[in-house]
Design a protein around this ligand. Structure first.
Ligand code: TPP
Ligand code: MG
Length: 327
């Protein structure tokens, strides 16, 4: 799928900032993967390498008071919504300075100060929570919108269907953002669905559904912008299916026997969201090779500093073991 991206009229500063955010996410993910392989991070983790355009495209359009809720593959969404990378790194390394005091780990990163309602390890469980947050916004007239990120696999769960229906009948200010990365663990979407576009499911609930190239930052932004406007105008939810590709295995120890290396390379070479953005910025003379190298160096330093911050932080004390436990 070689893509030709349309000309855009974004400013140089904005282009620079989108690229910075996308490279920051990739550098974060590549770094935590290495740390994981060295045994420095416990539990499991799900990397979003190859899916950076959805996170950045959507979150760059949200205000601080708008909310996101994410799933198990949520590092990129959190970074794009403004969660501090030092605190995220400390969380992954189980340190007291982590965003959840080092007790939550990769699948529980939440940061209410920036409107990040958090990740969730239960597939599709974020959707009803997002619907609840959107209902609060409507009932209390808080005027924030909610974006709920989830995967293709989540759309075969009951919670997905219940959530879309409720959001629709109540005209809630929510955007359902499905990152269709072609796989749910080892299950290919073409084996798990008898429809070619999951967005068709929106129609069953009276919700506009649209399928887009999730690796094209500008397509993500244009579509999300319309959905946000609809939500803010009280016109209810939108269901966006962003087609993308999960570059890495599902989680830590996945040998990826269910797909070929050729398929992976095809996506990396032909539809890498970062390469796509760079080509648009260059086509429009909004960035030079020197500036790209400068951003790459900056993100390396930022993530290196995050790692130093985490490694120099203490582990949670035994005394804090029972803090924040409610049941
Ligand atoms: C209710 C539930 N069922 C199964 C699992 C195990 N599980 C974790 S992630 C995952 C696949 C999810 O696929 P998708 O929603 O497409 O997200 P992706 O991993 O591709 O980002 C499964 C089955 C779970 N965590 N929760
Ligand atoms: Mg998936």
């Amino acid at each position: 799928m070689t893509k030709f991206l349309a000309k855009t009229d974004i400013s140089k500063e904005k282009g620079y900032s989108y690229l910075h955010q996308m490279l920051l996410i990739r550098e974060f993910e590549e770094t935590v993967e290495k740390l994981f392989m060295k045994g420095k991070i416990h539990g499991t983790m799900h990397l979003c390498i190859g899916q950076e355009a959805t996170a950045v495209g959507v979150c760059s359009l949200l205000n601080q008071t708008d909310k996101i809720i994410t799933n198990h593959r949520g590092h990129g969404h959190s970074i794009a919504k403004g969660t501090n990378v030092n605190k995220m790194m400390a969380e992954l390394l189980g340190r007291e300075t982590g965003i959840c005091q080092g007790k939550g780990g990769s699948m529980h990163i939440a940061d209410l100060d920036v409107g990040n309602l958090g990740a969730n390890g239960i597939v599709a469980a974020g959707l009803p929570i997002g619907v609840g947050a959107a209902l609060t916004s409507k009932m209390k007239e808080l005027n924030y919108v909610v974006v709920c990120f989830f995967g293709d696999g989540a759309t075969n769960e009951g919670a997905f269907h219940e959530s879309l229906n409720l959001a629709s009948i109540w005209d809630l200010p929510i955007i359902f953002l499905c990152e269709n990365n072609q796989y749910a663990m080892s299950g290919r979407t073409d084996e798990m669905f008898n429809i070619s576009n999951i967005s068709e499911r929106g129609g069953s609930y009276g919700i506009p559904g649209i399928t887009i190239d999730g690796n094209d930052l500008f397509e993500v932004m244009n579509t999300t912008k319309e959905a946000i406007d609809r939500a803010r105008d009280g016109k209810g939810p939108t269901f966006i299916e962003a087609k993308t590709y999960r570059w890495k295995g599902h989680s830590r120890t996945d040998a990826r026997k269910y797909r070929t290396r050729e398929e992976e390379n095809y996506w990396k070479e032909n539809n890498d969201p970062i390469k796509n953005l760079i080509s648009v910025l260059k086509e429009n003379e909004l960035i030079s090779d020197n500036e790209i190298s400068e951003i790459k160096n900056t993100v390396k330093i930022e993530i290196q500093k995050a790692l130093e911050y985490a490694e120099n932080s203490p582990e949670p004390s035994i005394d804090s073991l029972e803090n924040n436990i409610y049941a």
